[in-house]
Design a protein around this ligand. Structure first.
Ligand code: ANZ
Ligand code: ZN
Length: 897
């Protein structure tokens, strides 16, 4: 067995072990393994080209954990697949005049090869790709299930439309008013689209955040909670003055401010507006205002600091609480898509209403005062008082707290018929239709006679038409409509001529259930066997970016809950533990020569492709570098110097292994350190093990590596030939420590570790060797300070920082690694430091006292007495006939013959 050395041929050695792992089925996960399961998952990649080293961070983190969990005795499910449908493939394909399929497949081939060369341990038998009919058949099946339950529906409504990508987008895909893909400003259009009714699960999605709050990054939980945006309040009815039967509902979270309402504002899109302004003189002005406002984007319109505009309709409504007539305005800050599309304006207590009132000279009427202060004076207010407080000038409610008043108003409103308690969500239904080619076709047929007809389950999959038949360059209609053989079909219900739905599904539908498919990836009869899914689910550790906080992570939770209601999965949170890896950044040089550090990406020109990098340096160097560069959750900067340090450390380990090949081979089976006579190196190994294990559990890989580096330094500094105490016993202890070390290194540098492990004579994988358990003895009795030099009976000098040399009392110097530490010399640890003085009486006479450390039992006190110079002379050669031990009084009475 060659020892990895200077000439270590990374590609050859790594390929050898990768073959070995494949042949020995190391990562093939099985439900019947008789071990506890561990489902580890990285968000499945979008195959957009070759992976760069920034992408690899995700997979390296996963792989370190997978290998560690294997060694901890888990049956680890670690699968991989491809999120291979979607807009970018189609856009890239159009730009390069390739077919989306050919482009995607080529990318999968390169990416797969990169992951394999990186040595990431996956169960490749479970590989899936969203664009394969064997997968999207079930995506369509799930659509039909949702449809059956009324949770997939078609509706006309305002949608976000990206003019550049020529498709509608989900709300989650609109970022600051722009398309999440191409950045073009999104337009509002009214189209008939398919929706998934995620709002039916809003409460459960919100409530169950409590179950994962502690194990998800806090900001992701907050983002989801705010996105769901549960809001409790009241719907209040305002009757229009002078028109019987016409009324507006407003949603308010502050019914306690009802007495301060000075106007009403409707959304420009409000359905009842035309009727309201039918006969008013300024009808034209209102219509012109609405037309302009509708074209402005909602986010802009609703922003707290945006300029607010409005127009008076000329009509009035009656405040149900006061009977006062208030003017009805149209306001561009009122959104049609939230609540009732109308607000009651309370300028004294709401920021947006305040700005609106100031601009249009509407009255400000304060009706809430701070609990410990006076009611604000309208004329003096420079900003509204938005906190809850005590109600004033509020008729029968005056003097009530905001909370009490709100409850009373809700009861009175319900009794008198002008208002009801209401809950609103900011979450909208999930718009899933896309007017693009590269996605799963929506399994619906439109029949002139029967209307919308679902494709029968047994006719799935509805296959995408071959690319040759499709004009997939963007046009007004979906590309699928350009393939007559696809479009024209017969109605499943009446058999008459009908058309298929020409839209495809949002790719987030594909990724809402892929983690379930992995559990039973080759099932042809069903999307999965519930027994298998229930065995593996939930995912024990999910790793991915927080950019999916309110999209994928929300959709997947929704699917899991829906599927639980269908009895297809258990009702559990799918990802109880989520880890967000930090971004990998790298320096970018701009045309003007200036530089900046930015997130690695191909488009910025700062991406380091993973394939060639691994071919040059080896996978272990790449993964060590990435896992050592900083805490995995933090961002890191990629530099070439950093790479060198990892490569150097690996070389130093190789040197060490070469030096101790004999020792490693000769450790007797079952060897354990002797607690009475152990070596510095053994104690140190267990301390290192403790720290590495704890930090692996916390995913703090960088500190694990730092501990292991420190350990390498100590071992390397030891010169065995110059050490008189380096005898057979020491050799065994050293071999033992090195075997522990190899196992600790294994998750981080698996190829090297496997090579080293086979030096022990083992023919099995190091990943089938059990992770060592920390021997608490070492942790309890000897602390790291002691190990770092402060040994009793020895003085430590440090000629160089990393080489600990002991100068013994006889002036000999030895490196501490081989220093045998007999138990009686060990320093007393913190817990043992409680020391008590005991009085010793012999035959009724006090003969002295002794100091004893815990445990303070009779045996130890007696032993101390025998060792004490003054007392011992009364005990030598005497037979003790009786002892009386009084620990409370700290006395030991001894009766001797
Ligand atoms: C009167 C009021 C007085 C309000 C006050 C607030 C403070 P959240 O918490 O997000 O649910 N609102 C209701 N529907 C709206 C719409 N379609 N477009 C814009 N704003 C709307 O916000 C609820 C509050 O937002 C509601 O409570 C309403 O203003 C406004 F001192 O009613 B409030
Ligand atoms: Zn029909």
């Amino acid at each position: 067995m060659p020892i990895p050395d200077e000439d270590y041929d990374a590609p050859a050695v790594e390929a050898k072990w990768q073959r070995f792992w494949a042949e020995t089925k190391l990562f093939e996960a099985d439900e019947n393994a008789g071990k506890p399961k561990y489902y580890l998952l990285e968000m499945f990649p979008y195959p957009s080209g070759d992976l760069h080293v920034g992408h690899m961070k995700n997979y390296f983190i996963g792989d370190v954990l997978a290998r560690y969990k294997l060694m901890r005795g888990f049956e680890v499910l670690h699968p991989i697949g491809w999120d291979s449908f979607g807009l970018p493939a189609e856009n890239a394909a159009i730009q390069r005049s390739l077919s989306p399929r050919a482009w995607t497949e080529a990318n999968i081939v390169t990416s797969r090869e990169t992951l394999q060369k990186a040595g990431i341990g996956y169960d490749w038998r479970r590989e899936i790709a969203a664009y394969e009919p064997a997968y999207y058949k079930w995506t369509q099946w799930l659509f039909l299930k949702l449809y059956e339950r009324g949770l997939a529906y078609r509706a006309s409504g305002p949608v976000n439309f990206c003019p550049q990508c020529r498709t509608v987008l989900a709300n989650e895909q609109v970022e600051g008013g722009a398309c999440y893909r191409c950045g073009a400003p999104v337009e509002r259009r009214h189209l008939v689209q398919w929706y998934f009714k995620i709002t039916a699960y809003a409460d459960r999605l919100g409530d169950d955040l409590r179950l994962i709050e502690a194990t998800w990054p806090a900001h992701v939980v907050t983002l989801q909670r705010n996105w769901i945006g549960r809001s409790e309040g009241m719907n209040v009815r305002f009757d229009v003055v002078g028109e019987k039967g016409l009324a507006f509902n407003v949603f308010t979270t502050r019914p306690d401010t009802l007495f301060g309402v000075t106007f009403m504002a409707l959304a420009p899109e409000h359905a009842a507006l035309p009727r309201l302004v039918r006969d008013v003189p300024n009808r034209a002005a209102v219509e012109a205002f609405c037309k302009a406002a509708v074209n402005r984007r909602e986010i802009e319109r609703a922003a707290a600091d945006a300029e607010k505009s409005g127009v008076f309709t000329g009509r009035y409504a009656r405040n149900p609480a006061t009977g006062a007539e208030i003017p009805i305005w149209v306001g561009d800050y009122v959104l049609a898509s939230y609540g009732e599309g109308a607000v009651m304006g309370v300028p004294a207590h709401d920021q947006r209403d305040f700005l609106f009132a100031r601009k249009y000279k509407l009255p400000v009427v304060p009706v809430i005062r701070p609990a410990d202060g006076a009611l604000p004076q309208a004329g003096e207010m420079t900003e509204p008082f938005v906190e809850p407080g005590v109600m004033e000038n509020a008729g029968p409610y005056t003097g009530l707290s905001s909370a009490a008043g709100t409850a009373r108003l809700a009861a009175d409103g319900a009794r008198d018929g002008w208002g009801d308690a209401a809950v609103n969500y900011h979450l909208h239904d999930w718009l899933i239709s896309r007017q693009r080619y590269w996605g799963a076709p929506i399994p619906i047929v439109h029949c002139p006679a029967c209307g919308e007809v679902p494709v029968p389950y047994e006719q799935l999959p509805v296959l995408l038409p071959p690319e040759a038949e499709v004009d997939f360059t963007p046009a007004e209609r979906s590309p699928l409509a350009s393939a007559p053989a696809f479009l024209h079909t017969s109605c499943p219900r009446c058999g008459g001529a009908a058309e298929r739905d020409a839209d495809t599904m949002d790719t987030y539908v594909d990724s809402s259930w892929y983690f379930l498919r992995y559990c039973d990836a080759r099932n042809e009869k069903a999307p999965w066997d519930p027994a298998r899914v229930n065995y593996w689910m939930p995912v024990d550790q999910y790793i991915g970016g927080d950019e999916h906080a309110v999209s994928h992570l929300l959709y997947a939770r929704f699917f899991q809950k829906f599927l639980a209601d269908e009895g297809l999965v258990r009702d559990v949170e799918p990802f109880p533990a989520l880890f967000n890896q930090g971004m990998v950044k790298a320096r970018v040089t701009k045309p003007d020569g200036s530089t900046s550090v930015e997130v690695m990406s191909k488009s910025k020109g700062n991406a380091v492709p993973a394939g060639p990098f691994i071919a040059q340096y080896g996978a272990d160097v790449a993964r060590l570098y990435i896992t050592f560069a900083g805490p995995p959750g933090k961002e890191m900067e990629w530099t070439e110097e950093g790479v060198g340090a990892s490569a150097k450390w690996l070389k130093r380990i190789c040197k060490l292994m070469g030096k101790y090949a004999e020792e490693i081979k000769n450790v007797p089976v079952g060897y354990k350190p002797d607690h009475n006579e152990y070596y510095y190196a053994e104690a140190y190994s267990h301390h290192t093990l403790k720290r590495v294990t704890e930090d692996l559990e916390r995913l703090h890989f960088n500190t694990c590596i730092a501990f292991l580096m420190e350990f390498t330094n100590k071992l390397n500094a030891f010169e065995k030939t110059a050490t008189p105490t380096y005898d057979d016993k020491a050799k065994i202890a050293f071999g033992y420590c090195l075997k522990m070390f190899i196992k600790m290194v294994a998750p981080f540098a698996p190829h090297h570790a496997e090579e080293f492990w086979h030096l022990t004579g083992s023919t099995d994988s190091v990943f089938r060797a059990a992770w060592d358990t920390v021997d608490d003895f070492f942790i309890k009795v000897i602390d790291l300070d002691v190990l770092n030099g402060k040994l009793p009976g020895a003085r430590v000098i440090r000629p160089e920082p990393l080489l600990d040399i002991l100068t013994l009392t006889d002036r000999t110097e030895i490196p501490v690694m081989a220093y045998l530490i007999p138990n009686h010399q060990r320093r007393i640890s913190q817990e043992e430091k409680i020391i008590r003085r005991f009085i010793i009486q012999i035959n009724g006479k006090v003969r002295g006292n002794v100091q004893v450390s815990e445990p303070l039992d009779e045996e130890r006190v007696l032993a101390a007495a025998r060792e004490d110079a003054k007392i011992s002379k009364y005990l030598t050669d005497k037979r003790i006939t009786k002892t009386v031990f009084v620990p409370a009084n700290r006395i030991l009475n001894i009766v001797v013959e």
